[in-house]
Design a protein around this ligand. Structure first.
Ligand SMILES: Nc1ncnc2c1ncn2[C@@H]1O[C@H](COP(=O)(O)OP(=O)(O)OP(=O)(O)O)[C@@H](O)[C@H]1O
Ligand SMILES: [Mg+2]
Length: 144
């Protein structure tokens, strides 16, 4: 397991991070995004989408819980499981076809909701508030 830490002073550093992550991604990659409300999980997905050449704007999947963005080097599947309470809820949603996806990449906000449905060999990104409003500390964990 390889761990890296990054200090992002703003959104352009986040875009640079997405660019550096790209060579580590391929069909079937799953990225778990953790960090408190407003830490920047959705903003990272939006940055990654841009890096993949996806032109549709990324927002929080609200009603659907999962949103797929096509185009560029997509598809990019984006799950936000905040409103799910448990694994039981997840099981009824047929989410496992994105865990991992056959084609494209899956990003998951609030992955703790998945419980035992969590896949192995995932990429983990943890975001934390830092010393300025636009600054974040990011921890990246890559599987072996
Ligand atoms: N360096 C940065 N990286 C990411 N987001 C940043 C950064 N600097 C400022 N922000 C801002 O912080 C906010 C992060 O909101 P975002 O919706 O991405 O958080 P979230 O972690 O997805 O929250 P939630 O748990 O509610 O879904 C955005 O308004 C974004 O512009
Ligand atoms: Mg979010």
């Amino acid at each position: 397991m390889i761990k890296h830490t990054y200090h992002l002073s703003g959104l352009s550093d986040l875009d640079q991070f997405s660019l550096e992550l790209l060579p580590h991604l391929s069909d079937g990659s799953v990225i778990l995004l953790t960090g408190e409300l407003g830490a920047g999980k959705t903003t990272f997905v939006s940055s990654l989408a841009k890096t993949l050449g996806i032109t549709d704007p990324v927002s929080s999947p609200t009603f659907a819980l999962i949103q797929t963005y096509e185009g560029g080097k997509g598809p990019l599947h984006h799950m936000d499981l905040y409103r799910l309470r448990s694994e039981t809820d997840c099981a009824s949603l047929d989410l496992d076809r994105y865990l991992p996806p056959k084609k494209g990449i899956t990003c998951i906000e609030w992955p703790d909701r998945l419980g035992s449905l969590l896949p192995e060999n995932v990429i983990q990104i943890h975001l934390e508030y830092s010393d300025a409003p636009t600054a974040r500390d990011l921890k990246l964990t890559l599987p072996d």
